[in-house]
Design a protein. Structure first.
Length: 274
């Protein structure tokens, strides 16, 4: 499929499967209520042991249901790989297991660039530069707020340049690796949808090779196109919500819709080598 066909099919897919989308929206909304309720209980009833227990239970339930949704997203990716026009049915047990696998894949894929970022930070001596910079900065209270104060002890130019240089190098290299591994994570998730095997999906080298097999340009262009469409739609809805606050609730529907579309796009993209 061409990129335009993938985009068109992906954003039509949720609309063509209203029932499955509606169930997904309801479950997502319930998770939001559970997390929101747990947070409010923690804030307003922090000293009440009963509410503390209830908030903990609500959080755990939300986490468990979240695994189910993650697993269902794997099933949606699978529909793209197999060109199935019908959304999958919810299978709580299998979706829960797939969801756990999906989370493991994401953790492994993103822990690698995180470790690289830490290594680069130590190589460029970021901690030492921060400590040296902090010697010249004091924090004072001002009418209930805080203010950085270095007027009596100006920060030397070499200290500032050293901190800026080390941070710039670290952030630049880290960003590059996080972007690269974001694409690898997409392929790893698609491999999980195709094989249902955690070991296959955690084969980072093969996941990286999948990008080349599909075509680096095609993968990047498709992912960026989907990202831009989602970003623009969310921006438009946010701007409208500023003038018509009631329409802000459309995000309850919009976010799950975009999740469906992006997962479908991943599956269709991966179908080129599946």
């Amino acid at each position: 499929m061409e990129i335009s066909e993938i985009i068109k099919d992906s954003f039509k897919f949720p609309a063509n499967n209203i029932k499955a989308l509606a169930i997904y929206i309801v479950i997502t909304f319930v998770i939001g209520l559970l997390i929101g309720g747990a947070a409010l209980s923690k804030i307003y009833f922090a000293n009440n042991s009963m509410f503390a227990i209830l908030s903990f239970i609500a959080f755990i339930v939300a986490l468990l249901v979240g695994f189910i949704l993650s697993g269902y997203q794997i099933d949606v990716i699978k529909t793209g790989i197999t060109f199935d026009e019908l959304a999958p049915d919810f299978d709580l047990k299998n979706d829960f297991i797939s969801g756990i696998k999906s989370v493991v894949v994401s953790i492994v894929c993103y822990i690698i660039p995180a470790v690289i970022a830490l290594i680069v930070a130590f190589i460029t001596n970021v901690p030492a530069h921060i400590l040296k910079f902090s010697e010249y900065i004091s924090i004072t209270n001002t009418n209930g707020g805080v203010m950085l104060n270095n007027a009596t002890n100006p920060v030397p130019a070499d200290v500032v340049s050293g901190l800026f240089g080390s941070l710039s190098i670290t952030l630049l290299i880290s960003a590059i690796f996080f972007i690269i591994f974001s694409f690898i994570a997409i392929m790893a998730t698609a491999r999980l949808a195709k094989t249902d095997s955690l070991s296959e999906s955690l084969n980072i080298l093969e996941a990286a090779k999948d990008i080349s097999r599909i075509g680096i340009g095609k993968v990047v262009a498709t992912v960026v196109a989907v990202f831009i469409i989602i970003l623009v739609v969310n921006l438009i809805v946010s701007l409208i919500g500023q003038y018509i606050p009631l329409l802000s609730f459309i995000n309850i529907i919009l976010t799950p819709y975009m999740v469906f579309a992006s997962n479908r796009a991943t599956g269709l993209l991966y179908s080129h080598i599946a």
